[in-house]
Write a protein that binds this ligand. Structure first.
Ligand code: GDP
Length: 298
């Protein structure tokens, strides 16, 4: 597995500096190691570069306190900066806007990203924790199995799904979901859009049409956290074409170091709202910047 950043740094840095201020040279040496750690964690190169620059400015000239080694001190500066970077400035960024019932939540993402699973996980969370009445609808008219999958998950978690009517278009389903949510007194209705293996014009147009008829309060992009740089490209594309209000990173229970989170935040500026941590319906967590920072830094 990966060598932890603290170990990496104490090796190179503790030889150089005793106590006193961190010099330019010390910081540069340390940051070379940080850069390697970031790249190993699948953070994209430009993002790693910008991040290192920000840390460099913070760290140079800082006094090393007696209780820690210079290596530990740099790790702390890097860690704090990363948490700040991941969290962003908006204190409410992690909250879902689901007032004005029925609030539409549009779920978008590539096929296999975990979109349907995440739709159900989030519905369960809203129903159980927030006591919301939730209706889910699948718009994946190309894949009947995906529509059935959502219905099965709905039964499993005790959340209603919109009955499937064959031959409807995604926009027709979305309109019916809105109507049913309004008439049925639901607080939230979640629209699980079709996924493809790659982004294509038809997929984007479909999601944009659904967005236009429902005016979602949240458009959540579900991305596989293990896909690294690809995840960032996907996020940029969806955000440009459809407009994304937040990101859910799935498969963060896997072996990856989660560097996609940092790249994603840096490139799109969109808040990461939730993290998927497994296949089970409870394996969804609010995004905790300090946990991901710890994991990226090792
Ligand atoms: P979709 O095509 O985007 O709707 O993807 P699905 O929701 O069908 O998920 C694809 C596969 O990924 C399923 O086997 C899910 O159980 C699995 N999956 C989804 N989220 C996670 C996660 O956070 N961790 C793990 N380990 N598996 C996940």
């Amino acid at each position: 597995m990966f060598e932890s950043l603290s170990d990496r740094l104490s090796g190179v840095l503790d030889k150089l500096t005793k106590q006193g201020a961190l010099s330019d040279a010390d910081v540069s040496t340390a940051l070379r190691e940080v850069r390697v750690a970031l790249l190993e964690a699948d953070v994209s190169l430009p993002v790693a570069r910008d991040f290192i620059k920000a840390v460099q400015e913070k760290a140079t000239g800082q006094n090393v306190t007696k209780s820690v080694t210079p290596g530990q001190q740099v790790v702390k500066i890097v860690h704090d900066e990363m948490v700040h970077f991941l969290a962003g400035d908006d204190a409410n960024a992690g909250q879902l806007k689901i007032d004005n019932a029925p609030a539409p939540i549009l779920m978008v993402g590539l096929q296999g990203s975990g979109k349907t699973t995440t739709t159900a996980k989030l519905a369960k969370r809203l129903a159980e924790r927030d006591k919301k009445r939730v209706l889910m609808a699948s718009l994946d008219t190309n894949r009947p199995a995906a529509m059935e999958q959502l219905a099965i998950l709905g039964t499993q978690i005790g959340v209603d799904t919109l009955p499937i009517i064959k031959g409807e278009t995604p926009v027709q389903i979305a309109k019916r979901a809105k109507q049913q949510a309004t008439l049925g007194g639901y607080d939230v209705y979640m629209l699980d859009t079709a996924g493809r293996l790659h982004i294509d014009q038809e997929l984007i147009q479909q999601a944009a049409d659904v967005r236009d008829v429902t005016k979602p309060r949240e458009t959540l992009l579900v991305v596989d956290g293990l896909t690294g740089q690809d995840a960032v490209n996907v996020a940029t594309e969806f955000d440009d074409k459809i407009g994304v209000s937040g990101v859910v990173l799935t498969r963060m229970d896997g072996d990856g170091r989660g560097g996609a989170a940092l790249s994603m935040k840096a490139v799109t500026g969109k808040p990461i709202k939730f993290v998927g941590l497994g296949e089970k319906m409870d394996a969804l967590e609010e995004f905790h910047p300090e946990r991901i920072a710890g994991r990226i830094l090792g």
